[in-house]
Every structure is written in C-alpha cells, then in structure tokens.
Design a protein around this ligand. Sequence first.
Ligand SMILES: Cc1cc2nc3c(=O)[nH]c(=O)nc-3n(C[C@H](O)[C@H](O)[C@H](O)COP(=O)(O)OP(=O)(O)OC[C@H]3O[C@@H](n4cnc5c(N)ncnc54)[C@H](O)[C@@H]3O)c2cc1C
Length: 398
Amino acid sequence: MPFDFKVSETRMANITIVGGGLAGLTAAISCAEKGARVTVHEAHSTLGGRARSTPPPYVTNDGTHVFYRNGEPWRWLVERGLAGSYVRLTWGEVMRMRFRRRGRLRSSLPAGYLRMTLLGRRRVPPDDRSFRDWALDHFSEQAVNDSVGFLGPVLYDADPARLSASFVFERLLRVGTPRFPLPTGYVLGGWGAVIDRMASRARELGVTIATNSRVTELPEDGPVIVATSLDAARALLKDQTLQWESGVSALLDVVLTPSQRDGNATFDMDEGGFVGHYSEHDPSLVPEGETLWQGQMPMRPGESKAAALTRLGTLYDLAAPDWRDRIRWQRDYVSRGRTGALDLPGFTWRDRPAIDRGDGVFLVGDSVAAPGILAEASINSGRTAANLAVELVPAVRV
Ligand SMILES: Cc1cc2nc3c(=O)[nH]c(=O)nc-3n(C[C@H](O)[C@H](O)[C@H](O)COP(=O)(O)OP(=O)(O)OC[C@H]3O[C@@H](n4cnc5c(N)ncnc54)[C@H](O)[C@@H]3O)c2cc1C
C-alpha cells in the first residue's frame, strides 16, 4: 500500500473524491453517512458536471434530462430527500406523444413494436450477439428498426442495433414498454436543483467541498475515489486502457413563444432523434409566455454537426411547426462520448473498467463496471466505491 490507512487519535485517514458530479457527490454522501472524513475536489467553479443546468432565465439541463423511477438510484435519492419535487407525465400528456415513422407523424406505437415489448418480454437475449442479429430471429425488421429508433433518447447512438442484444433489450423493456404511469420523471427546477441538494446534504454531513480545485496527482494519504469522466480518469490515472464505447449526438435547445399547434414529446423511430417539450412538465424553467424544448439527434459516422442539426430540424418541424420564426433563445452542441457506456456484443457492464483499481484507488462514473441506465451507473458506482473505500478506514466507521 502506498499510504498508511492506520488511524490514530491525531491523524485520521481522509477519503478524497476527485470530481463533484453525480457520481462524486453520491460517493461523498455515502462515505460521510458511514462516518468517514471526506474531501471533494471539483475542477470547475460549480458542482454537477454533466448534471448541471444553465442559470435562469432559461434553465436547461446540460446532460441528465429524465430519471427512471423504476431504478434503485432514484430510490436512493428519494430516501434522502435529494430528488425534490418531480413530475410524472399525465395521461393526457402521454396521449399527446407523437412518433415519426416512415417520415410521418403518428399518434400510436406500431403493432410490431407493441408485440416486441409486451409479448416478447419473456425472451432472454444473449450478451454475445448484436441486437439486430438476435432480434431478427424473433421479430420483424420494422419492429427492430422501430425499437432502436425509440431508444434514441437513451442510447444517443446512430446504430444501436449493433450493440449487445441484452444491453439494448433491457433498456427497451425498462423505458419503452407501454404502461401508465411511465417510469420516466422530470425533477422540478432541473437537475441543477438536485445537485444543489446533494451538495447541501454532503456539507451537512461534514464533507469539505473545494471547487476550482483540479487534481493533477492522486493524493497518497488515504483512499481516493476518482469520479471524473473516463477521458479525464485516463489522464489522471495514466491508464490508456480506460476506454469504453459511448454515443455521439447533436443537441439543439430552443426557447420559443408558444403556439396552439405545438405538440409534446416526439420520438423519431426513423432516425433515433427526440424532441421534448420540457416547460410543459415544468413551467418554472422559463419565464411566463415562453416554452423550452430540448432535442437530440444521434450523429452518423463522419456526419457534420450541421447535417445532424438539419435532420433534427425536420423533427422540430413536426413537433413545433414554424418553430424557427418563434425562437427567443437557442443553443446547439455536440455530445461526444458523454452519454455513458454502450456495451458491444460480447461485453456486459461487468467488463467495463473496474471500480476497484487497487491500492485504495476507486473509479466511478457512468462508464465503469456498474449496472444501470445512463446516470444510474454513476450513482450505483458511487455507492459501491464508498462501501469499499470506507472499509479501508475502519477506525472512522460508525
Ligand atoms: C446530452 C446528455 C443527455 C443526458 N441525458 C440523460 C438522461 O436523460 N438521464 C440520465 O440518467 N442521464 C443522462 N445523461 C448522462 C448523465 O448526465 C451522466 O451520466 C452523469 O451526469 C455523469 O455524472 P458523473 O458524476 O459520473 O460524471 P460528470 O458529470 O462528468 O462529473 C465529473 C466531474 O469531475 C470533474 N473533474 C474532471 N476532472 C477533474 C480533475 N482532474 N479534478 C477535479 N475535478 C475534475 C468535472 O468537472 C465534473 O464536474 C446525459 C448526458 C448528456 C451529455
């Protein structure tokens, strides 16, 4: 071991957490709840990482948009009062969802898709075949295309059918099975509000949080939990093996003056895009008389941002006709490798970079060996790493 974990009356080992996003704050709270002394270093001036929201007047989520209420990470947040108030879509809102399919806007899910998610759910897909390869043995080609198109907002990938069958089907059944209420929810005030609550909870538990504090060398005076993106962890841990598949998408957020013709969430079963009418769920995100939309389009290999935004624009045309004439504010960006892990055939979440790196160093985030969809993996891995790190400082355990 490179450092002395033995705790004396005068010197207690400290758990250092590098990164103050969802994973780092989860780890900090979990360690502190078990009685450990914790310091979080965040390179940025504000906490949250990809779960940050922009400041008012237009509160848009940079990364995390929806959460999945049928997952353990959400329960963990709720138990601690960290989730805050949230909205579930009403029956009326669900009925106003639309689906672009074969270029046209439709109000119902196709029969083949329903057969796959409702009647096909008992099938057990393998890890070692692609979703396309496995699903075509059981379902129609159109149903396969529709299902991966529907999963665009979860996978952020232009060709999800190439991914492991078990990885894709698990997400389809959790997120895409028609049921009411839907498992998706939206936190009021955006994810930045959740981050603020997590930071307050951590501070209440005695966690020291240092912002504008970029770590360039790992401290050697106690366990370290590296809670950065995988790219940043690769540099920090000097380990080129820290790589995993992730998605690439173009995103376009717009604030519009409202129109009677505006729709609701619009799924793009043709191309995997998605447009969400976020202020319909949470009017506090924008000033009165304005509406907030967030849209995304998975980028094809070699495709330019402009081309992907053009394709996304055609989806906006269907969801919010004449939207270009009503724009009050907009931003567009490309998310490359920032939307969590995608598992290729032959791999499961267990094969991703291990949480326990040895010598008291732990790695957490949405691309490490932890289960869950998107940010769920960050929360799950943060909790696992906290349990392991606290084991190394037994004298401060409660
Ligand atoms: C466009 C988009 C849409 C998404 N939609 C959803 C969604 O709808 N639902 C969902 O569940 N998830 C979604 N996600 C994923 C979700 O945002 C992420 O999984 C989650 O926020 C990752 O949290 P994290 O703490 O693991 O990493 P990060 O948020 O990346 O946090 C890492 C932190 O480490 C800091 N850091 C890096 N290097 C250092 C250093 N050397 N020293 C100190 N600090 C450092 C960074 O500044 C950052 O704050 C989306 C992501 C994107 C990009």
